[in-house]
Design a protein around this ligand. Structure first.
Ligand code: ADP
Ligand code: GLC
Length: 478
């Protein structure tokens, strides 16, 4: 098959979170099975063009946006024989410091930027030819599915193309006020609750949900949750109406990158059978971060976008109580100012016991998993979550809120120590988080053997891409 895969992040070219990990590994595995995969990505200026071989395709685009005709051109990076990443280049839209916006919110012209990008995906698909499947991801590319059905196919173009939308996060929808309708150059008859309207706003993600042939999301539990008012962000009704075409498929892990036995980012390699090396990583990391070097102090870790989604607001009120458990704490992340400030402050208040790395670093992320004893992920909602899967591979025992993909991937101790791979709680409250951490730390102190058993159980798991890709292929074939 020839699959055109539209996405807004792609590892190793540009990454904000798990979406990049997903798109990089998924397409690599798909192409590895012999399918032709054409990834389409915005030509962000933050992509390091010296590191990758960016060639010109000679393809020029002219995309109608309102009364304007916006020019763009297409470059290409060949990742492997069957896999190319096409960059949609436009200085005005993509030469910016950030991908989507600043701390204060999305860029003012995001409606335009991602309309341009989404229409460019279709234009490119048309030029490349012989496309079987158009696979889009999240709100940034969803509006393409509306144009595919209501514009291209009505003109007799791209008629054989079937479409898939994968929802990685329902919390971001691409909502724009109705005055932006003029940018779309499509009639107002589409601006209805059955179409792309959402309470008097244009909703890009919803347009994808309405127009996709098939919809997937990144875990079975999340596929159920998003059909309820609690997790549906207002789209639960429309998702329920499409439930016959909605499937939850768990993400895989790229174990070539995330495996402590091969990892070049860490000091000392280790595995489930040769667990000893983990201690060397812990001591080395404590030194690196200015924490007291102590093998027996439980090191609690978190690597995260600092947003409401990740349950950071549960940690703040009980942080001092957590520290009274005699732990060390390390946080790697960026995001909301208020949260960044808190962790900066915490490092000052607990010198030698708390390390806050405000920023983004792939290398530090790997070293944290290699050093850590417990990995916190108390998410408010979690479509899949990859961090807990990486944590488990590194014996950094996850402590999670049992929701979405976390529920599907972590077996908590209350289901029996023998098979447990982590600690879990359900009720969304700071004190429940604290209590769960308290019991995890107590187990670490009083019964290290059992704690290690849980760590080893997690290291044994295999969230392989081959299973995941097989499931997507089934949907493509359908
Ligand atoms: P989400 O995509 O919602 O952020 P995931 O758990 O699916 O959550 O994926 C998060 C990914 O982003 C992981 O690869 C994690 O290591 C990475 N990550 C998040 N914040 C940082 C950071 N500050 N530095 C390095 N990697 C980070
Ligand atoms: C989103 C979700 C995360 C998921 C990732 C990749 O960023 O928040 O749970 O793992 O997408 O699908």
């Amino acid at each position: 098959m020839h699959i055109v895969f539209g996405v807004s992040e792609y590892f190793p070219l540009v990454k904000m979170g798990g979406l990049a990990d997903f798109s990089g590994s998924f397409t690599e595995n798909l192409a590895g099975l012999g399918h032709k995969v054409s990834v389409v990505l915005p030509g962000y200026s933050v992509i390091d063009r010296n590191r990758f071989n960016v060639e010109s395709t000679g393809i020029r685009l002219s995309i109608p946006i309102g009364k304007k005709s916006v020019p763009g051109f297409v470059s290409r990076i060949r990742m492997s024989e069957n896999l190319s990443v096409y960059l949609i280049e436009n200085e005005d839209y993509f030469n910016r410091e950030h991908l989507f916006g600043t701390e204060d919110g999305g860029y003012e012209d995001n409606a335009e930027r991602f309309l341009f990008f989404s229409r460019a995906i279709l234009e490119l698909a048309d030029r490349l030819g012989d496309v079987d499947v158009l696979h889009t991801n999240d709100w940034h590319t969803s509006i393409a599915l509306f144009y595919l059905k209501e514009y291209y196919q009505k003109l007799g173009k791209l008629t054989g193309v079937k479409s898939i939308l994968t929802i990685h996060n329902l919390g971001y929808q691409g909502l724009f006020w109705h005055h932006d309708m003029h940018l779309l150059n499509m009639g107002w008859e589409h601006f209805t609750p059955e179409g792309i309207e959402f309470y008097n706003y244009i909703n890009y993600l919803k347009s994808g949900i309405v127009y996709a042939d098939e919809i997937t999301t990144v875990s079975p539990s999340y596929a159920c949750e998003i059909q309820t008012a609690e997790f549906g962000f207002g789209l639960d009704g429309v998702l329920r109406s499409r439930s016959d075409h909605l499937t939850g498929i768990l993400n895989g892990v790229n174990y070539k990158l995330w495996n402590p036995w091969f990892d070049r980012n860490i000091e000392s390699r280790y595995s489930r059978k040769q667990f000893g090396g983990k201690l060397a990583n812990k001591l080395n990391f404590q030194r690196e971060m200015g924490l007291a070097e102590d093998p027996d102090t439980p090191l609690i870790t978190i690597i995260t976008r600092l947003t409401e989604q990740k349950g950071i607001d549960l940690i703040l009120p009980v942080f001092d109580m957590m520290m009274e458990l005699g732990i060390q704490f390390v946080m790697l992340g960026t995001g909301k100012n208020e949260f960044e400030d808190f962790f900066r402050g915490a490092e000052h208040r607990y010198r030698g016991r708390v390390a806050s790395y405000i920023g983004y670093s792939e290398g530090v992320a790997h070293r944290i998993h290699a050093a850590g004893d417990i990995y916190l992920m108390p998410s408010r909602y979690e479509p899949c979550g990859l961090s807990q899967l990486y944590a488990m591979k590194y014996g950094n025992v996850p402590l999670v809120r049992l929701v979405g993909g976390l529920r599907d991937t972590v077996t908590a101790t209350d289901r029996g120590i023998e098979q447990a791979t982590g600690f879990g709680f359900e009720y969304y409250s700071p004190y429940t988080l604290y209590e769960t951490l308290n019991s995890a730390v107590t187990l670490y102190r009083e019964n290290r053997e059992t704690f290690r058993k849980i760590a080893r159980n997690g290291m044994k798991l295999n969230f392989s891409w081959s299973e995941t890709v097989k499931r997507y292929l089934k949907i493509y074939k359908k």
